[in-house]
Design a protein around this ligand. Structure first.
Ligand code: SF4
Ligand code: SF4
Length: 115
């Protein structure tokens, strides 16, 4: 599972992560005032397959892989610039929390089958 530390994306034009993602789940977030000026990228967590190619190719170390069960906390803390989070934070964290819950469920020890 991944998330983007957004600051470097605001200041650089490189979009290597968008190009290498095999499932096209990294998207450019359009600028508020000038939509043609994208300001940073975000990741559609529901489609991410966790391949880590984006993390490997980002020249600015802006992407970190984090354990799936912790993803909601990371999204809440670093999911984008403050004004973006203000408008989208609830939705982004809800998606991340759903995935974290699923990961926790999958990691929980399985009950022995009833005989
Ligand atoms: S995450 Fe890295 S490669 Fe992707 S846009 Fe931001 S700085 Fe560029
Ligand atoms: S980990 Fe892989 S699938 Fe997920 S956003 Fe990065 S490149 Fe795309």
């Amino acid at each position: 599972m991944t998330y983007v530390i957004c600051q470097p994306c605001i200041t650089v034009k490189d979009k290597s992560c968008v190009d290498v993602c095999p499932v096209d789940c990294i998207y450019k977030v359009p600028g508020e005032e000038l939509p043609s000026l994208q300001t940073f990228v975000d990741i559609d967590l529901e489609r991410c397959i966790g391949c880590a190619l984006c993390e490997r190719w980002c020249p600015w170390d802006a992407i970190d892989m984090v354990p799936s069960v912790e993803i909601a906390t990371h999204v809440a803390n670093k999911g984008g610039p403050a004004e973006y989070l203000e408008k989208n934070g609830e939705r982004l964290v809800a998606v991340a929390q759903g995935l974290a819950d699923l990961a926790a469920e999958q990691q929980a020890p399985k009950k022995p089958a009833a005989t």
